[in-house]
Design a protein around this ligand. Structure first.
Ligand code: SAH
Length: 222
């Protein structure tokens, strides 16, 4: 039987979560202690649909409805680690989905703007984020491939959907010294790209291979 704690967590889920951090993240080289701590705290199962909660700490993505998924914990950790976030950073997230990564960003940075094209996913992410008490997050319904110019520039941008090529609008919203992590490539396989804005020029580092749902944008995409 599961014991509930005051935060709505359960002792078995918190045990699974700590094991996830040790065996799937730290053991595979995720080094940013703030990322590991945040992933030890944020209850991933609360962002998963009811029927997948018991799988929330396993080493794979989970369906969240609308044909979308919450990324595998290791990929999330890898992307957050690459961004080297500091507590004063302002962050843009493209692809709120369940709101899980949004919650982690809210723990790691000062202000988070998160864009989601599906109104229903945005609504349920807003609900769970509010329930968890985050006040430094805005979820915006819209096409994130165009970014959110109103509040740019951003110190960091994280894109959780696969772009066929680097969206220029997002590059333009990256602050000097800012970092962006984004999967780039065709639908069946992409590569993470880490971009750092230096003297007004994007410096690109190619990182791990990955597979994300598509970043849907432009004409005829809906
Ligand atoms: N980080 C999310 C992963 C969500 S999957 C999580 O932890 O749950 C990717 C999300 O990107 C989906 O919810 C999808 O609807 C959204 N998406 C795809 N194209 C988009 C676009 N152009 N603008 C905003 N969101 C988009």
């Amino acid at each position: 039987m599961r014991r509930m704690t005051s935060s709505g967590d359960t002792s078995s889920y918190s045990g699974l979560r700590l094991r996830m951090v040790e065996s799937q993240l730290r053991a595979r080289g995720v080094g940013d202690q703030r990322v590991l701590d945040a992933m030890s705290r944020v209850p991933r199962h609360e962002f998963a649909p009811e029927r997948y909660r018991d799988e929330a700490y396993e080493d794979h993505p989970l369906p969240i409805g609308e044909g979308q998924t919450i990324s595998q914990p290791y990929i999330v950790a890898l992307m957050l680690d690459a961004l080297a976030l500091s507590p004063a950073d302002r962050v843009l997230e493209v692809g709120t989905g369940s709101g899980y990564v949004t919650a982690l960003l809210a723990e790691l940075a000062a202000q988070v703007f998160s864009m989601e094209r599906h109104g229903e996913l945005a609504d349920s992410a807003r609900d769970v984020l509010a329930r968890r008490g985050y006040t430094n997050v805005s979820v915006i319904v819209g096409d994130g491939s165009q970014g959110f110019g109103e509040c740019s520039p951003y110190d960091a941008i994280i894109v959780s959907a696969a772009a066929p090529e680097l969206p220029r609008a997002l590059l333009a919203q990256l602050a000097e010294g800012g970092r962006m992590i984004i999967p780039v490539g065709p639908a069946d396989s992409q590569q993470l790209q880490l971009i750092r804005m230096e003297n007004g020029q994007p410096r690109i580092t190619l990182r791990e291979l990955c597979r994300f749902v598509p970043l849907v944008s432009g004409e005829g995409s809906c």
